[in-house]
Design a protein around this ligand. Sequence first.
Ligand SMILES: [Zn+2]
Length: 270
Amino acid sequence: MPFLPFYRRLRRFPLLFLAAFLLAPLLLAARPPRPKPAPLHLQVRRIAPDVFVHTSYRRYPGKAAPVPSNGLIISTSKGALLIDTAWDPEQTLELLRWVADSLHQRVRLVVISHAHEDRLGGLAVLRANKINVYSTPLTAKRAAKLPFGTPMPAIKPYTVIRAGRTRLELFSPGPGHSPDNLVAWLPKQQILFGGCLVKEAAAPNLGNIDEADLKAWPTTLRTVAARYPKARIVVPGHGQWGSTALFTHTLGLLNALKTPKTQTALNDKP
Ligand SMILES: [Zn+2]
């Protein structure tokens, strides 16, 4: 009889459906939970007896490894000076804890090297801890449009901060990675914090160029290279520090941008 198997199937189907419906919550609950991404932690590395690089991290969708971002910690007899916050409030809190636990110091002041999240994303934590945060007027103006807080606009295009025997020079060389990028120079230690104006040797490209001035960047970079020929260590905004070869590498990346256009122009010639 052909009707009987069909009827049986029909009868069986709602039962299966009902069973699945009733079991679904149990099956879903039994599924292993999605692994939570591990929390990101600040890293601190010493590059001179009293100078440290603080590296914080951020995850980007589609990128396997978290992206690192560098700032500076300078230990002085008057307290610690920082260049840039960590990338987020949590890692900035770790930064303050590290200074307190490892240097047994308070953070005296923080200088923001330009108005991007990787430089001032943890500003609220500094405010909450009553730490003074400074930048150039241009950085402060640009930071006011972002949701992280605004530094005090007390840094002139060339400013020297003295704390005990430490001398920290701050210099605005002109537009490059951003219109307001600032570099920091420690003459005694011959360390230059180039920030995002300088790319690490392993960087295959210029990274975030949303607000970059690609035309002015090479000139700005040459200004910095000519001003600090004695730099022993150059710290880029992201990745591994190196020598003044990082200037050449960054100029190379800027030149490579121009090359395709030139080639097209040549190819277009009849
Ligand atoms: Zn930036």
